[in-house]
Design a protein around this ligand. Structure first.
Ligand code: GLY
Length: 267
């Protein structure tokens, strides 16, 4: 069907006369994000996004319904393979072509059941909602880290990440990722008062002295704790303090860490 659409019905116009057929990869996806000064890099703890709207990775894709880090699927062995086979060759290749890459580089990985990392895509940015768990784990000033990258000083920069776990849960409007309503009053934000819990505003608007929904993904509640389970518990304890009519969130963020499953079967 896809070939028919692309090559016969010319859905993509002149962009479609050639197709590349690749091996279908199964396994678990993980986000491996580094900051680089063009030569050296510091990798953030590996994280996992939850892209589907419903629990158990079901329903349509979204911009991301939650994330956690560190993700145990990226073992120290898989981290080393990722660095040696993917990150370093990319940085060296770009530098040797006279275009050193500087900034955040996000490798979207598929970890095969045999423990081999494959690169699915690169993004030239941090991830969302991965950022919402990675920044709270950073144990140094983000500006210092960015300046060290800009000045080519990452080799000597001491990366500082908390030896903790972070989990974030996205609170979305009813109907998202399809049609959704805006303008519902958000209750309970003032009840969040734990310094290790952060609420990121994604789709909100101030209306007088309160906030109302103004997007599909509305808020992200992120929690840091000594273990993944404690971070999950703390995130959900605080998610439940916030409400508006029709709010929806996934109830299984972080669960992949304890019951890793491979990607769903080919439809
Ligand atoms: N979490 C997916 C992305 O940022 O592209």
């Amino acid at each position: 069907d896809a070939i028919n659409e692309i090559m016969v019905q010319h859905r993509h116009g002149s962009a479609g006369p050639t197709i590349v057929i690749e091996e279908f990869l199964t396994g678990q996806e993980a986000s491996f994000i580094v900051i680089t000064d063009g030569q050296h890099f510091i990798d953030f703890p590996a994280s996992q996004d939850h892209k589907k709207i419903f629990d158990g990775d079901s329903g349509p894709n979204t911009g991301g319904m939650g994330a956690y880090a560190p993700a145990p699927v990226v073992t120290s062995e898989i981290r080393k393979k990722t660095i040696d086979r993917i990150i370093l060759p990319t940085l060296k290749g770009m530098a040797s072509e006279g275009r050193p890459y500087l900034g955040f580089l996000y490798a979207g990985l598929m970890i095969s059941p045999a423990g081999e990392p494959f690169l699915l895509e690169y993004n030239c940015r941090l991830g969302d909602p991965e950022t919402e768990v990675l920044l709270p784990l950073l144990d140094c000033d983000l500006v210092d880290l960015v300046e060290a990258a800009l000045d080519g000083r990452l080799e000597d920069f001491k990366p500082r990440f908390k030896q903790k776990s972070a989990v974030c849960v996205v609170l979305a409007s009813l109907g998202y990722p399809g049609e959704y309503r805006k303008g519902d009053r958000i209750f309970g934000l003032e009840k969040i008062n734990d310094p290790s819990v952060f609420v990121y505003h994604a789709g909100t608007k101030k209306d007088g002295d309160h906030f109302v929904t103004n997007g599909g993904r509305v808020l992200v509640v992120s929690a840091v704790a000594d273990s993944l389970q404690l971070a999950i518990d703390k995130a959900y304890e605080n998610v439940k303090k916030i409400s508006w009519e029709g709010v929806q969130w996934r109830k299984d963020v972080g669960g992949k860490a304890s019951s890793p499953s491979s990607s769903p079967p080919i439809p």
